[in-house]
Write a protein that binds this ligand. Structure first.
Ligand SMILES: Cc1cc2nc3c(=O)[nH]c(=O)nc-3n(C[C@H](O)[C@H](O)[C@H](O)COP(=O)(O)OP(=O)(O)OC[C@H]3O[C@@H](n4cnc5c(N)ncnc54)[C@H](O)[C@@H]3O)c2cc1C
Length: 382
């Protein structure tokens, strides 16, 4: 059963002496995917985040619909978008995709994932790795198995990633009210919107999510976001922003698993990092489950998770090359290229989905019907 124990003010008592079999740091897409994967393992799984589950969204929250079904979180879907439109200064091209995007509600999705995990949840700011676990603003927590799902900063590695020197993109979006309707995710690849990057417009039921991403972390995007939102929706309200990693990083060191943005799992070019956080979170969860079952030692699990992630490096390198190429293309050539791409859409987007396929999540359903809670040994013996 999921137990939430968010503590504020005087109730924020020390966690010192706290211990868990598995400590998942970060309760967003990657961390919740790890915790969900460990349901039924019998291990004491503690998930820590500085905020309550689902409290702080940092993304436009659009993901491939098949992934939301595979994770059992389709109840959080607010708006399905079967089309994508790309607009340049010289024209606009609309594609029907072989699969759709869905805009979802962040809090609801996180709560649905948390409900599938039999983990403990608590709030604390994670400050760094220690010999036996992690240091938090509420004291040290000990655990033999630790996951950093804390996002782009990669808090549990030394040194952390820090903009503007780190390979990160900058993103900002607003959420004006929306009258409903719309069937497309619209992207602007237009230097008058942003020099290196793109703008987006994503209807999500009663709001629209409008944002701008710059591949160059030194370029601020607030003016560009406000201008796009005022042009497309008449106002720029309810801001949220964050950094996107755009280069793969090692998914493990000698004692910590990394998944999601902490491992640079967000795709370059598209900035899509939700399904990859699920995908690599599942990989980390499976490796940890193997350690809990006694099927492999921790060192082998860390190595295998890192190797699984590294096997995807060619796709990431390809996307990074495109991220550099696309903003450099003359706009007329880009427009012609987008038009010529139409017959290839099905093949290209099928390939793109396959780089982190929702089939990865399907096995979870099977595990849940065959395993009984507590049937696997505890990690205390590790
Ligand atoms: C503006 C914007 C829009 C985006 N839109 C999309 C989109 O529509 N679709 C898509 O696929 N991707 C999108 N992305 C990328 C996507 O948001 C990320 O790739 C994704 O959130 C990564 O998930 P994660 O779980 O690894 O990290 P995060 O979602 O960043 O979660 C990290 C968690 O760790 C917690 N945390 C961080 N530091 C600490 C600490 N020190 N102590 C305790 N807790 C901590 C945070 O509170 C958070 O809950 C967008 C990114 C931005 C910036």
């Amino acid at each position: 059963m999921t137990v939430r124990a968010t503590k504020r003010g005087a109730d924020r008592t020390p966690l010192a002496g706290a211990r868990a079999d598995v400590l998942v740091c970060g309760a967003s897409f990657a961390g919740l995917a790890v915790a969900r994967e460990l349901a039924g393992s019998g291990a004491d799984v503690l998930v820590l985040d500085r905020y309550d589950v689902g409290e702080r969204a940092t993304s436009a929250c659009a993901a491939p619909t098949p992934w939301l079904h595979a994770m059992g979180v389709e109840g959080s879907i607010r708006h399905e978008l079967p089309y994508m439109r790309f607009t340049t200064p010289h024209g606009s091209v609309r594609y029907r995709l072989p699969w759709s995007w869905s805009a979802f509600d962040y809090r609801e999705l996180c709560e649905l994932l948390a409900a599938q995990a039999d983990a403990r949840f608590d709030t604390a700011k994670v400050e760094g790795r220690t010999e036996r676990g992690v240091l938090t603003d509420r004291g040290e927590v000990e655990a033999p198995l630790v996951v950093d799902a804390l996002g782009w900063r990669r808090v549990l590695s030394d040194p952390h990633f820090q903009p503007p020197e780190a390979p990160l993109s900058r993103g900002l979006e607003v959420h004006p009210p929306h009258g409903g309707g719309g069937d497309e995710l619209h992207c602007w690849v237009d230097r008058s919107v942003v020099r290196h990057g793109y703008g987006w417009h994503e209807p999500a039921a009663d709001e629209v999510r409008i944002g701008v991403r710059s591949y160059d972390p030194r370029r601020h995007v607030k003016d560009a976001t406000v201008a796009l939102a005022e042009r497309e929706a008449g106002q720029a309200v309810r801001f949220q922003g964050n950094w996107f990693p755009h280069r793969l990083r090692p998914a493990a060191d000698e004692r910590t698993f990394f998944a999601g943005d902490s491992a640079g799992h967000c795709f370059p070019l598209s900035g899509e990092g939700i399904r990859t956080a699920f995908y690599f979170g599942i990989s980390a969860g499976r490796e940890i489950a193997a350690v809990l079952e006694g099927a492999k030692p921790r060192a082998a699990a860390l190595r295998d998770h890192a190797a699984f992630s590294a096997a995807h490096a060619p796709a990431y390198r390809h996307a990074l090359r495109l991220q550099r190429l696309v903003p450099a293309l003359p706009p007329r050539l880009l427009t012609l290229g987008l038009r010529a791409f139409t017959p290839l859409v099905d093949r290209a987007f099928t390939w793109y989905l396959a780089q982190a396929h929702p089939g990865m999540a399907a096995a979870w359903q099977a595990t849940q019907t065959t395993s009984s809670v507590g049937s696997r040994p505890s990690a205390r013996a590790i």
